[in-house]
Ligand binder design. Structure first.
Ligand code: SF4
Length: 280
């Protein structure tokens, strides 16, 4: 068996920064530490924080006054942030700069009266925070079919959740061309996401099987698995080595490995070690 690693994989800079800020808050906090939602979408990383005594909640009413709270890497809604300050909580804002940038662009489009279209998952926390930033004045779409339903507008501003599929973003941008007199497109898919997606596309040309490692709830990881499958390569999305199945592989297979932006290297290394144990 030959194992080939994707050129770009694993923790992105935004996740590294958020996790480091949360670890630092663990050391410096003077009282309880709460996470307002999982800081990143990786169950093993979250388990690490829970073992250290961190509590996770989406409900600020459950957080005692004067506690320390961390935000998700993919943002916090302005409404929740305001409420946190009103409760005199100490806020460690770990929002990734790329996410902040999308919020800034959305506000600009809102102020300039654009009909805002967001390519995203309606229930994803990043999209919910984004919608809150612009008082819900946007349409969230997730397919060409959704784009085609938009009636003709004067001005459309098109943005994306940071972790969506870059190739689908291009297609949707084309689909919106005849929906408005003026169309402004901001490619807000983050660089780390795009690099990982392009790398997995290259990987798919060289291998028989692709293993995508990362949280099942992680949007960017799920996207990597979709790209592998769309290329017709047998693709398995797993969270840890324990989900590997011997029958998926052949001893002569070339196995491509990639991991999501929220997957720590130690989890990926454990998967590689298990494959080597089986097949070397
Ligand atoms: S995937 Fe992109 S937007 Fe999300 S935390 Fe990483 S760098 Fe930031």
């Amino acid at each position: 068996m030959k194992i080939i690693l994707s050129k770009k994989m694993g923790f992105c800079f935004g996740v590294k920064k958020s996790v480091n800020l949360a670890k630092n808050a663990l050391k410096t906090r003077k009282n309880n530490l709460y996470m307002l939602g999982s800081i990143i979408n990786n169950p093993q990383v979250i388990e690490y924080f829970i073992k250290k005594g961190v509590k996770i909640t989406d409900n600020l009413d459950e957080v005692p006054e004067e506690s320390t709270v961390t935000t998700r890497a993919h943002g916090i809604s302005p409404t929740m942030l305001k409420k946190a300050y009103q409760k005199k909580l100490s806020v460690v804002d770990t929002t990734c700069p790329y996410v902040r940038k999308v919020q800034k662009i959305a506000r600009y489009l809102y102020e300039k009266d654009y009909f805002i279209v967001i390519y995203g998952d309606k229930k994803h926390p990043e999209v919910l925070s984004l919608l809150d930033t612009i008082q819900n004045n946007a349409l969230v779409i997730n397919s060409i079919h959704d784009a085609e339903k938009i009636t003709k507008k004067k001005k459309i501003g098109f943005i994306s959740q940071t972790t969506k599929n870059i190739y689908d973003f291009y297609k949707l941008s084309s689909a919106l061309l005849n929906r408005a007199e003026e169309l402004r497109i901001f490619n807000t898919i983050c660089k780390s996401t795009t690099e990982r997606q392009k790398s997995v596309l290259e990987l798919a040309k060289k291998v028989d099987v692709i293993l995508v490692i990362g949280g099942k709830e992680s949007a960017n990881t799920t996207r990597l698995a979709e790209i592998g499958k769309n290329q017709g390569v047998k693709t398995y999305h797993i969270e840890t080595k324990n989900q590997l199945k011997y029958k998926w592989f052949h001893p002569e297979d070339k196995v491509g490995i990639t991991s999501g932006a929220s997957t720590p290297d130690w989890i990926t290394n454990e998967v590689i070690d298990k494959l080597k144990e089986w097949y070397s």
